[in-house]
Write a protein that binds this ligand. Structure first.
Ligand code: NAD
Length: 355
């Protein structure tokens, strides 16, 4: 397939691009604006492959998006481009409305125009996979059942509200126009190339610098963690086998409190580099600092992934313990990647403590 993928220089999009080029025969046109979290180095390992192409495009620009469809003639779309950081959405929601809502609308309209001139097998096979988050479902208590495809929407931050709006648009374009959209809602991802403002890389990098490790509230917020390559594999599975009009919730069955996650990172760093600054008598756990909670902070997310597991045969392949160790080792081995972001083009307003 010829795939038009948006946001392919971001954390998850780049994992999908790398997997598509190295593990499948599909071709990719990566449309990315190179916003603050977009980094071409995330796809450098496949950038010279003849099946990979890149265009710096803002998905809110209808003419540029239409031109990309007209020139590339994609067989399917994977739409990942988004503003993705909850703390930034609290400080400045406008960019989230623009990219996540207007940008998704622009993508759906361009895809509809393209789809309407397809016929035969190309029309039957066309898919628009819209990648979203479990945050659209709101917050769970400890006793609530996990989110699934029929959980009512209850977004509580500007980020999750903008993603919820975009999910509704994708479904409306299926019901109203027959565009074969599929929506995926995934739990928190982690892994290589995770942007340094998110919890796991933030804590890792601050711990290595011997700086305080900010943890919101009591650190008892719970997230269901999924290794990014497992998410990338799930998205390709949905692309290839998912049903138009359907929704798939994707998660790792790995619920952990934020404090558990931070403790795990500290323990891994104690093992890999000794204690703080190499002093084996001082565990990185000493750096943990509890800070005022985020407004509207969702308490718990958890995903019931039975539908994609049963119907499409996808399951996570990496446990949290294996995935987090791989991730910490990657950050230790790739300091040049994150140090360049901290030193140069990083445009952080306020470093968050949890996504
Ligand atoms: P990211 O912030 O790392 O990357 C987003 C990418 O989109 C960047 O490359 C950025 O340059 C690009 N982009 C932003 N605005 C754009 C615009 N107007 N036009 C074109 N490109 C633009 O995000 P991520 O963590 O990789 O998330 C990717 C998708 O997955 C998002 O839709 C997000 O909502 C969803 N998601 C993320 C998680 C997670 O844990 N990170 C979990 C579930 C779902």
């Amino acid at each position: 397939m010829r795939l038009l993928l948006t946001g392919g220089c971001g954390f998850i999009g780049s994992a999908v691009v790398r997997r598509l080029i190295t593990q499948t025969g599909h071709s990719v046109l990566n449309l990315d604006k190179l916003a603050y979290a977009g980094d071409p180095r995330t796809v450098a390992s496949v950038a010279d492959d003849p099946r990979y192409a890149f265009a710096q495009v803002d998905i809110c620009d209808p003419a540029a998006v239409a031109a990309a469809f007209a020139e590339y003639q994609p067989d399917a779309v994977l739409h990942l481009a988004a503003e993705s950081h909850v703390d930034r959405s609290i400080d400045g929601p406008a960019a989230f409305i623009n990219t996540n809502v207007v940008g998704t609308f622009t993508m759906l309209e361009a895809a509809r125009t393209h789809y309407e001139q397809l016929d035969g097998p190309a029309r039957d096979a066309f898919r628009f996979v819209h990648i979203s988050t479990d945050e659209v479902f709101g917050s769970l208590t400890l006793d609530d059942p996990a989110f699934c495809e029929t959980t009512p929407y209850s977004p509580r931050s500007p980020y999750s509200a903008s993603k919820a709006a975009s999910d509704h648009l994708a479904r409306a374009w299926f019901d109203t126009y027959g565009l074969p959209t599929i929506v995926t809602n995934c739990s928190n991802n982690y892994g290589p190339f995770h942007f340094p403002e998110k919890l796991i890389p933030l804590v890792t990098i601050k711990a290595l610098a011997g700086e305080p490790l900010p943890v919101y509230g009591k650190g008892d917020n719970i997230r269901d963690w999924l290794f990014v390559d497992d998410h990338a594999r799930a998205l390709i599975t949905v692309l290839e086998s998912g049903a138009p009009g359907d929704t798939y919730t994707i998660g790792g069955r790995s619920e952990r409190t934020n404090l558990d996650v931070v403790h795990t990172i500290c323990d891994l760093l104690d093992d890999r580099v000794g204690g703080i600054g190499g002093d084996t008598s001082r565990s990185h756990r000493e750096l943990i600092t509890f800070v005022t909670d985020r407004p509207g902070h969702d308490h718990r997310y958890a995903i019931d992934a039975s539908h994609i597991e049963t119907d499409l045969g996808w399951t996570p392949s990496v446990t949290f313990e294996t995935g987090i160790a791989t991730t910490i080792d990657w950050f230790l081995a790739n300091r040049d990647w994150w140090q360049a972001i901290l030193d140069g083009n990083y445009q952080g307003q306020r470093l968050g403590t949890a996504s």
